[in-house]
Design a protein. Structure first.
Length: 609
C-alpha cells in the first residue's frame, strides 16, 4: 500500500517538474562519485608529502597539483550541493502550489455537510502544512539513497581490495540504525495524528487573540488571560509529548553511535594489522580510515533516508485519502448530471420523502419531508432553533446531498441538473452572509462572477438595493475596498452590509430566491422594512424565506412549520391560526413578548415622569 502512494507522489513530482528530476539524478551521480575521488587524492597527497619529508622526492610540482585538485574537488562538491539545494527549494515552491491547488479544488467540490464535521478539519489541518516539502521529501530521499549507494559501493569496492572484514564491520551497524529510524518515523507520524485536535484548539485560541473582530470582546470581558492560558496549556502539552519522543529517540541513537564507534575501533584494529602484514604507506592508512568512516556514514545516511521515506509515505497516504474522500456509503450519489435547469418553472419545486443526516452521524436532521411549491409562490419556513430550517434549504440548493427521497424542479430530479446551472438559478442571502474585504464592485459582482465587468448591471442592482447611496459618499466609488482586514478600507455599518448582500443576490439573478434569516441581527421594525423591500425585489420569483419572527411570516402565501426535522404544519397565517397548533403557539408567544416589551417601556416612561 505504501509503495503505491510513493509511486503516486513520484508521478506527481515528475508531472510538476521533469527538469528537476533529470537534473537531480545527474547532480547526485556527480556528488556520489566525489568521496572516492577525494580519498584517492588524499592518499596520493599524503604519500607525496611524506616522501618530501623523508627526502625521497625533491620535486614539489606533483604535490602542488594534488593540493589544487583536492581544493577543486572541495569547491565542486560545495557548488553542486548548493545548486541542488536551490533546485530543491524551487521545486518545493512549485510543488506546494500544485498541491495547495489540489486541496483547494477538493474543498470547493466536497459536500457542504463535511464542513460540519470536526474530523474533516483535523484531516485538513494535517495535510495542509508544508505539503510541497512533505511530497518532495521521499523523492529527494530516494535520490539521496541513490547518491549514498554510489559512494557506498565505490568505497566498499576499494575496501574489499584491502580486506573482506571491512565490509562485514560496515554492514553490522546498518540494520539496527534502519530499524530505529523506521520505528521512530512511524511514531512521529502517529503522534502528529493524535495531536491534531489539540493543535487546532491551540491555533484557534491564538487566532481569537489576533482577530480584529474579537479584539473588542476580549478586552471588554477581560478574556485575554483565560485565552492565553488555554493556548499555553495545549501548546505545551503537545510540545512535551514531541520532546519526550525526541528524547527517547536520541537516547537510542546515542547507544547506536556507541556501537558504531566500537565497530570503527574494530576496523581500526584491522587497519593496524594490515599495516604490519603488508607493505603500506602512511597515505594508504589514512585512506583506509577515511573509506571506513565514509562507508559507515553512507550506510547511516541510507538507513536514515529509508526511514524518512517510510515516514513521509504515511503523510502522502493521508494526503491522498483526503483527496480521494468520498461520501459515506448509504447516502444517495452526489454525482451531478448535465441537464439544464428549466428556463421557466412550470410545475414548481417538489420534495418527495426527503431525509438527510450529516456524515458519520445517526441523527436525522430532516426526516421524510414532502411538499410542493408553485412557481412564483412565496413560502415562509418557521420553527424553533434546531428544527432543520436552514438544512432544508441547503438540501434544496444542492449544497447537502440527501440520504433518501427526491427533490424535483418540474420533472427534473436535482442530481440530474448541471451544478453550475442549478446555482445560477437559485439566489440566496444567508443569515451569516459573507463580508468580503475587497472592493464594493467585487462584493456585488461575486453574485455572478462571469459578469464582473458588466458595470451597467452592477449600477442597476446597486440602485434597486440602495447601495448606490452608499457609493456616492465613497471617494473611490465602486473601487473602494471595504473593511480593514487586508487594506486600509472603509468600515460600513451592518445595515449597509445588508444592502450589499441584497445587491449581490440581485446581481446573481435566478428564478428562485432564498432568504435564510438575513435580518436576524436587525430590530423588528428594521426587519419588516427589509422584508417589504424583499417583497418588491422578489416579484415574479419563487421565494422561500426563513424567519424566527412570526410577524414577517404573515407576508408569505403559505407557511411551512418544521419541528425536529419534520414538516408538521403548512398553510396560510389564518389557516394555521385556526388549527391552533405549533404555529399558533409560537405566534402567541411572540405576540406576548412584544406586548410585555411595550408595557415595560410604558412603565419606564411613567416612572421617569
Amino acid at each position: 500500500m505504501g509503495i503505491r502512494y510513493l509511486f503516486c507522489a513520484m508521478s506527481l513530482v515528475w508531472k510538476s517538474g521533469k527538469w528537476w528530476v533529470i537534473s537531480s539524478i545527474f547532480l547526485h551521480i556527480l556528488i556520489g562519485s566525489l568521496p572516492l575521488a577525494t580519498i584517492w587524492v588524499t592518499k596520493e597527497l599524503v604519500n607525496s608529502v611524506s616522501a618530501i619529508i623523508q627526502g625521497e622526492v625533491h620535486e614539489y610540482g606533483p604535490t602542488i597539483w594534488l593540493l589544487l585538485l583536492e581544493f577543486g574537488i572541495a569547491v565542486v562538491a560545495v557548488a553542486l550541493r548548493n545548486l541542488q539545494s536551490w533546485l530543491d527549494q524551487r521545486m518545493e515552491v512549485l510543488l506546494n502550489h500544485d498541491l495547495q491547488k489540489k486541496i483547494s479544488e477538493k474543498l470547493v467540490s466536497v459536500p457542504l455537510a463535511y464542513f460540519e464535521n470536526p474530523q474533516y478539519y483535523h484531516h485538513l489541518t494535517r495535510i495542509n502544512s508544508g505539503a510541497g516539502g512533505r511530497f518532495l521529501a521521499p523523492v529527494r530521499n530516494t535520490f539521496e539513497i541513490f547518491q549514498a549507494c554510489i559512494s557506498l559501493f565505490s568505497l566498499l569496492g576499494y575496501l574489499l581490495t584491502l580486506h573482506w572484514s571491512f565490509l562485514l564491520l560496515s554492514l553490522l551497524g546498518a540494520v539496527p540504525m534502519l530499524i530505529v529510524h523506521a520505528k521512530f518515523g512511524q511514531q512521529k507520524f502517529w503522534l502528529m495524528l493524535h495531536q491534531t485536535p489539540v493543535a487546532r484548539e491551540a491555533s484557534y485560541m491564538s487566532q481569537l487573540i489576533m482577530d480584529r473582530q474579537g479584539a473588542k470582546e476580549i478586552r471588554l470581558f477581560g478574556l485575554g488571560s483565560y485565552l492565553i492560558n488555554r493556548w499555553s496549556k495545549r501548546y505545551l502539552k503537545n510540545a512535551r509529548e514531541a520532546l519526550h519522543l525526541m528524547r527517547k529517540q536520541q537516547g537510542i541513537e546515542i547507544a547506536l553511535e556507541a556501537v558504531t564507534a566500537v565497530l570503527y575501533l574494530g576496523a581500526a584494529g584491522v587497519m593496524i594489522w594490515l599495516m604490519r602484514v603488508k607493505s603500506m604507506q602512511i597515505g594508504d592508512f589514512v585512506s583506509m580510515g577515511q573509506a571506513v568512516h565514509g562507508t559507515q556514514s553512507s550506510i547511516n545516511q541510507i538507513s536514515f533516508r529509508l526511514a524518512g521515506i517510510f515516514e513521509e509515505t504515511l503523510y502522502i497516504r493521508d494526503f491522498f485519502q483526503f483527496i480521494d474522500l468520498e461520501e459515506p456509503a448509504g447516502g444517495l450519489s452526489s454525482v451531478r448530471g448535465d441537464l439544464p435547469f428549466p428556463k421557466q418553472l412550470q410545475e414548481g419545486i417538489r420534495f418527495e420523502n426527503v431525509t438527510f443526516r450529516y456524515p458519520d452521524t445517526e441523527r436525522r436532521v430532516i426526516e421524510d419531508v414532502s411538499f410542493q411549491i408553485q412557481p412564483g409562490e412565496k413560502i415562509a419556513i418557521v420553527g424553533e432553533n434546531g428544527s432543520g430550517k436552514t438544512t432544508l434549504v441547503k438540501c434544496l440548493m444542492g449544497l447537502y446531498h440527501v440520504d433518501k427521497g427526491q427533490i424535483m424542479f418540474d420533472d427534473l430530479e436535482l442530481r440530474s441538473i448541471e451544478e453550475r446551472d442549478l446555482f445560477r438559478n437559485i439566489t440566496v442571502i444567508f443569515q451569516d452572509f459573507m463580508k468580503y474585504s475587497l472592493t464594493v464592485r467585487e462584493n456585488i459582482a461575486f453574485g455572478d462572477i462571469d459578469q464582473l465587468d458588466n458595470l451597467e448591471k452592477l449600477e442597476e442592482v446597486a440602485r434597486r438595493s440602495g447601495v448606490d447611496r452608499l457609493v456616492q459618499h465613497l471617494e473611490d466609488g465602486y473601487a473602494t475596498n471595504l473593511g480593514r482586514t487586508l487594506f486600509d478600507g472603509e468600515d460600513v455599518s451592518g445595515g449597509q452590509w445588508q444592502k450589499i448582500a441584497i445587491a449581490r443576490a440581485l446581481f446573481s439573478g435566478g428564478q428562485i430566491m432564498i432568504l435564510d434569516e438575513p435580518t436576524a441581527a436587525l430590530d423588528p421594525q428594521a426587519e419588516m422594512e427589509v422584508f417589504r423591500q424583499f417583497k418588491m425585489l422578489t416579484a415574479g420569483k419563487t421565494t422561500l424565506f426563513i424567519s424566527h419572527r412570526m410577524a414577517a411570516a404573515r407576508m408569505a402565501d403559505r407557511i411551512f412549520v418544521l419541528k425536529e426535522g419534520r414538516l408538521i404544519e403548512s398553510g396560510t397565517h389564518e389557516e394555521l391560526q385556526t388549527q391552533n397548533g405549533e404555529y399558533a403557539r409560537m405566534y402567541r408567544m411572540q405576540a406576548q413578548w412584544y406586548s410585555e416589551e411595550i408595557e415595560g417601556l410604558q412603565e419606564a416612561v411613567a416612572w421617569r415622569s
